[in-house]
Design a protein around this ligand. Structure first.
Ligand code: ATP
Ligand code: MG
Length: 570
């Protein structure tokens, strides 16, 4: 394409509302424009990258035996009532009424629609397994849309759904998708990791997230320095200590201490001169409306997902002040577990703790010398805290490592969650009705593109991995006036186009510096500079964006160099 004819509005200034580099660069490189909060238009350059990614996704999904279909965005309430998610999904589900006063929603995901389709069409084991996918627009009314297309409200997702007759089949379907995803992100040229993850509002029994590694990622991941274990920090298990009996011989008598206005661990710790390790935090939550106390050491944080999974509840929330008052008889900041009547669960590390400090359930007071067993009756000890860098692997006991990443894909084993709720049944070999076993598999298309930029950029702009680059080559004549330079540029442009290379000819009447800046900003992998050296020595310069390396090549060798470079792949 000739640059002079392109719709490619690049911007020099950093947009004020763009916090992260990929968002800034997508705006500056003329890839996206915001329509309204969390809703974006992809401009031609951005859309080319989307299409490149979609092509890789389609090829790998098809190779894995999945079949593409296309489902609607608008979905009727009735299906969501059947799955139970109409009320459960919360405000991310955008609900509205049509002219006939019928409740509808914009699909944030498609389990309901696909399950409805498949239950109506598949009746026998002979038609299983099936894996159906689409690349389609989702709408999620995110509470805080941010980071451009990374966390927006309207976005493209590849979503796939597998239906199997039995568990073994479902496991194979899951593995196939796991492998397809691995192949997709590998082919994109991205550094990534698959980690164990929580199943969230989609539900189900087991899942992995695919994370693109990037220091700026929203997610923390934990992986073992020795074995294969890798998990989202939200889920990361640790080698929890054995539950130990408490040693009664050293127990001191309880002592109430006046701690005026000391509500935080830091305040209590410095006021009483005890280490945070010797203080136990009592956090009051409500689990499906029932109050429960969760205990962790003063220097640890509660992992709410572990608590939620342990309690097997649908909604876990920090208790409001009135509930805290009802449970403890005191305002927030002074809760303790001595004498309270609700269920108490505690982190394993606390099982044999003696003579610690905790809230006194009385305003402005704490108690010293609290002892497990004697003073606090814990219903159960479990791994309830957030993993830390000093923890070791739950599988092999070796050191854990931490990194940051961006979740670009998610594979779930759903089991029979939706097939039971929505009666998706088939007849087995013996003519008996069985529920289908499902899996679901998502890739955020726009988010993957943003993550690719987050991982591949420098101070001058985007550095596209070749497989995602919107164009592979940009030819930059340093002068739009010199006939020889112009002639050579056009000749090379036509020749590369002929050979199927995606090439931009920067034929704008601009200074060379401006052209170089734009080429770097939009991140084209190869830039061929046609300049004075052509006139003096018959030489063109090829600059490799990824390494910054510049090669001076005889004009007639450039075409082959470019082809070879591109054929090498990444
Ligand atoms: P997150 O925890 O980031 O909100 P999720 O767990 O809600 O993600 P899934 O329901 O598993 O996401 O959706 C599948 C994929 O869709 C995600 O892996 C992600 O790549 C993409 N995705 C989800 N929400 C958004 C969003 N608001 N904007 C862009 N992409 C998204
Ligand atoms: Mg989400």
């Amino acid at each position: 394409m000739r640059y002079s004819e392109m719709f490619l509005p690049t911007v020099r200034e950093v947009p004020s509302d763009a916090e992260i580099i990929s968002h800034q660069l997508m705006i500056r490189a003329g890839m996206i424009r915001k329509l309204t909060s969390g809703i974006y238009t992809y401009l031609p350059l951005g859309y080319r990258v989307i299409r490149k990614l979609e092509r890789i996704i389609r090829e790998e999904m098809d190779r894995a035996g999945a079949q593409e279909l296309f489902m609607p965005t608008v979905q009727p309430r009735e299906l969501w009532e059947e799955s139970g998610r109409w009320s459960f999904y919360g405000k991310e589900l955008l609900r509205f009424k049509d002219r006939n006063d019928r409740d509808c929603c914009l699909g944030p995901t498609h389990e309901e629609v696909i399950t409805d389709l498949v239950r109506n069409e598949i009746k026998t084991y002979r038609h299983l397994p099936r894996n159906l996918y689409q690349i389609q627009t989702k709408f999620r009314d995110e509470i805080r849309p941010r980071f451009g297309v990374m966390r927006c409200r309207e976005f493209g997702m590849k979503d796939a759904y597998s239906f199997d007759a039995d568990e073994e089949g479902a496991e194979i379907s899951y593995q196939k998708m796991f492998e397809a995803y691995t192949e997709i992100f590998k082919r994109c040229g991205l550094e990534f990791r698959a980690v164990e993850a929580d199943t969230g509002s989609i539900g189900g029994s087991f899942s992995h997230e695919f994370m693109v590694m990037a220091a700026t990622g929203e997610d923390s991941l934990v992986f073992c320095s020795n074995c294969e274990y890798a998990a989202n920090l939200e889920k990361a298990e640790i080698a929890a200590p054995e539950i130990q009996p408490v040693r009664t011989e050293n127990m001191l008598p309880l002592e109430s201490v006046h701690t005026p206005n000391m509500r935080t661990i830091e305040e209590v710790s410095s006021f009483l001169r005890v280490a945070p390790r010797d203080i136990v935090k009592t956090m009051i939550y409500t689990a499906d409306g029932q109050p429960v106390a969760v205990l962790v050491s003063g220097d640890e944080e509660v992992n709410e997902i572990k608590v939620k999974n342990y309690l097997n509840c649908d909604v876990l929330e920090m208790a409001m002040d009135d509930v805290i008052h009802e449970v403890t008889g005191a305002p927030r900041g002074f809760a303790g577990a001595v004498g309270i009547k609700v269920k108490i669960i505690a982190d394993c590390s606390l099982s044999n703790m003696t003579n610690f400090v905790m809230g006194a359930n009385k305003e402005d007071y704490h108690i010293k010398n609290v002892n497990m067993g004697r003073d606090v009756s814990v219903t159960a000890f479990a791994d309830l805290r957030i993993a830390r860098e000093t923890d070791s692997c739950a599988r092999c006991g070796r050191a854990l490592k931490f990194a940051r990443g961006i979740e670009v894909g998610h594979v779930f084993k759903l089991g029979t969650k939706y097939s039971k709720a929505m009666k998706a049944q088939y007849l087995d070999k013996n003519g008996k009705e069985q529920y289908m076993i499902m899996g679901c598999y998502g890739i955020g298309v726009g988010r993957t593109v943003a993550a690719a930029i987050e991982q591949n950029h420098d101070e001058n702009g985007i550095v596209w991995p070749l497989p995602l680059a919107p164009y592979q080559v940009i030819i930059t004549p340093v002068s739009a006036k010199d006939d020889k330079i112009k002639g050579m540029s056009v000749q090379l442009y036509e020749a590369l186009k002929q050979r199927g290379i995606e090439v931009i000819l920067d034929d704008r009447d601009e200074r060379a510096g401006v052209k170089f800046k734009d080429a770097d900003l939009i991140g084209i992998p190869l830039r061929v500079t046609v300049g004075q050296k052509l006139l003096t020595a018959g030489v063109l310069e090829v600059k490799i964006r990824m390494t910054g390396e510049v090669k001076a090549l005889a004009a007639d060798a450039v075409e082959d160099f470019v082809i070879n470079y591109i054929n090498r792949g990444i």
